[in-house]
Design a protein. Sequence first.
Length: 193
Amino acid sequence: MFNLILFGPPGSGKGTQSEKLIAKYGLKHLSTGDLLRSEISRQTALGMEARKVMDKGELVPDEVVIGMISSSIDQNEMSKGFLFDGFPRTAAQAEALDKLLDLKNSPIAVMLALEVSEEELVTRLVKRGETSGRSDDTNESIIRARIAEYHKKTTAVADYYRQFDKVTLIKGEGSIEDIFNSLCKEIDERIAE
Ligand code: AP5
Ligand code: MG
């Protein structure tokens, strides 16, 4: 198994690049944002609770997302590996993920962290909000709250993986194709190891 975390602030391109990476490497894409939005569209109790938090740009409780990831891992035991997008987002989530992957003898190989300036993030998300239908894209103050939440709680996840020397920074501005090629170069080096 080859497990990868695609990391970065809201709007940094995690979803865009994940689609291309899973097509190339055959990994299973696990995006907690997508899983939560699916709960919302099915109007489950979990989705209704999560929506209140997501609409403020804040993080859903750790136990909720850890539970979703745990069952997704169990349901995809035969996968070639996992691409985690938008998870882990707190140090507690990172520790829980390591424990889950230890049980499968299949640790995180690398965290690739997309770096994009705050103004570019806001520009991208405001633009997407014109058509996406995502309620957390609809106004700039929610977008900025999501970015603030990232600085407050999520940058700690990079510190967590840095202690194991697993973090590689990737320039996340420029063409989608150039960024994809930078990501592939890092992945290919590690798959070859
Ligand atoms: P989530 O769904 O994870 O959203 P996010 O992290 O806020 O980020 P986005 O999905 O908006 O951005 P992205 O990095 O995927 O970029 P994208 O490729 O879409 O989380 C949403 C909410 O769910 C959270 O706020 C939280 O409430 C909750 N949640 C989720 N996971 C959680 C967790 N683990 N714990 C607790 N709560 C959790 O690109 C963005 C835009 O830019 C697109 O329009 C795209 O076309 C464009 N774009 C992409 N690349 C480029 C480029 N190179 N140049 C120009 N434009 C580009
Ligand atoms: Mg996304």
